[in-house]
Design a protein around this ligand. Structure first.
Ligand code: GLA
Length: 398
């Protein structure tokens, strides 16, 4: 991201903070959204994912208070909330302040002595688009509160607190991918993450190819989508397979061959869900190897296979997403294209030859508008760094 953009945002947010809280902030936090290149619904099955943090983020400017209050203002909603650090409980806070409450609650439960603060929040990750605006807000909040309290940034702990927030404050039984990549992302790299032990291997993205996100603007809150049902279906598959494979703990432990061998144990729908996850894990590992070797043709073919599996076996696609994917694949210079994120709407991610991006954007926009009746948002993404907290000059010194 260009330095002037960061400076502009800092200046604007500090000015706004002065107006709202009549004080000067001491910290600026940035936590990015993400795009997942491949590996969907594998994270809560303790499998593999390959996301990249993107150049869209949640931003917070903040300062300490002398009491136990968190006073929060969200620019995006033009709304404020006030929370007490000693009275945080799931079910008591609703809407966007639940993300703030959840993070503070779980970081405190993890033993961190947080302190009261004033927080001003802004961001440019589109909401409900499958680009993890929620995880970005969670990670930004947690990092800010830890920094203000003088506690060292615990990136994995931040991600875990974010996941607990999703489960108990937002009622989405999410995995940990979104929060982890927002916490540990690396500029110009995708990360191969093992969601069993949270180890992450950076893999460089080739500068001659561009990640392009197309937003269908079909927005689905995960809490109301098929997300939780899919997670339960995966658990059911594990329970049934344990009758013959007692050592398995999650679908991560099942090979494609084992699943084929014991297919008759599973009802047809459960078999399809399991087949997506088991084959997706294999695809993530194969695609990471392809990316490492610079083989974008192979990588793109795996993206396309992943999309078919997500659509046909996991049944997580919707018609406008299908239009985006087929429009993308009709353009020369496109390696692969697929639905990214939690499913049932949101965005596609396409890997496009650097020289073909303009043609890609205009063709996809025209075809989509023709079929669906409105224009999608299309943006080229740059893989960015995970969460960072910067001290601000001229604050009140804490
Ligand atoms: C959402 C969840 C993640 C992950 C993806 C699907 O983004 O928050 O944990 O399960 O869906 O891959």
């Amino acid at each position: 991201m260009a330095m002037s953009e960061v400076d502009d945002r800092r200046v604007q947010m500090v000015r706004r903070f002065n107006q709202i809280f009549e004080a000067t902030p001491t910290r600026l936090t940035r936590a990015p959204g993400r795009v997942n290149l491949i590996g969907e619904h594998t994270d809560y099955n303790e499998g593999f994912v390959l996301p990249a943090a993107i150049d869209r983020a949640a931003w917070i400017v903040a300062r300490l208070r002398d009491d136990r209050q968190l006073r929060v203002h969200a620019i995006h909603y033009d709304a404020s909330a006030e929370l007490n650090l000693d009275q945080l409980q799931p079910g008591q806070v609703h809407g966007w302040p639940a993300y703030i409450a959840g993070m503070a609650d779980y970081l405190q439960q993890a033993g961190h002595a947080l302190r009261g603060a004033d927080l001003l929040i802004d961001g440019d990750v589109p909401e409900g688009a499958g680009l993890s605006s929620s995880a970005a807000l969670e990670v930004a909040t947690g990092a800010t509160l830890l920094s203000l309290a003088g506690i060292e940034l615990d990136r994995i702990g931040l991600a875990q607190a974010g996941q607990q927030t999703e489960h108990n404050y937002i009622h989405v039984n999410s995995g940990i991918m979104d929060q982890l990549i927002s916490a540990v992302g690396k500029q110009h790299h995708a990360l191969l993450i093992d969601c069993r032990d949270y180890s992450a291997q950076p893999i460089p993205l080739r500068p001659d190819a561009q990640l392009v996100v197309c937003n269908s603007k079909v927005s689905r809150e995960l809490a109301g989508s098929g997300y939780n049902t899919r997670r339960a279906e995966c658990d059911e598959a594990v329970q049934l397979l344990q009758a013959v494979l007692p050592a398995i703990k999650t679908l991560r432990d099942v090979s494609p061959e084992q699943l084929a061998q014991h297919a008759d144990l599973l009802p047809p729908v459960i078999l399809k869900r399991a087949r997506h996850v088991v084959s997706e894990n294999a695809r993530v590992l194969a695609s990471a190897a392809a990316l490492r070797g610079g083989d974008l043709v192979r990588f793109g073919a795996l993206m396309n296979e992943a999309h078919r599996s997500y659509r046909d076996d996991f049944e997580a696609s919707v018609p406008p997403i299908e239009v985006l994917v087929s429009a993308a694949l009709s353009v020369g210079g496109v390696y692969g294209s697929r639905l990214t994120g939690g499913g049932w709407g949101g965005c596609t991610v396409s890997l496009v030859d650097g020289g073909a991006v303009e043609r890609f954007s205009s063709t996809v926009a025209t075809m989509f508008e023709h079929e669906i009746g409105y224009t999608p948002d299309i943006y080229a993404c740059v893989a960015s760094e995970g969460v960072s907290v910067t001290p601000l000059e001229g604050g009140t010194g804490r």
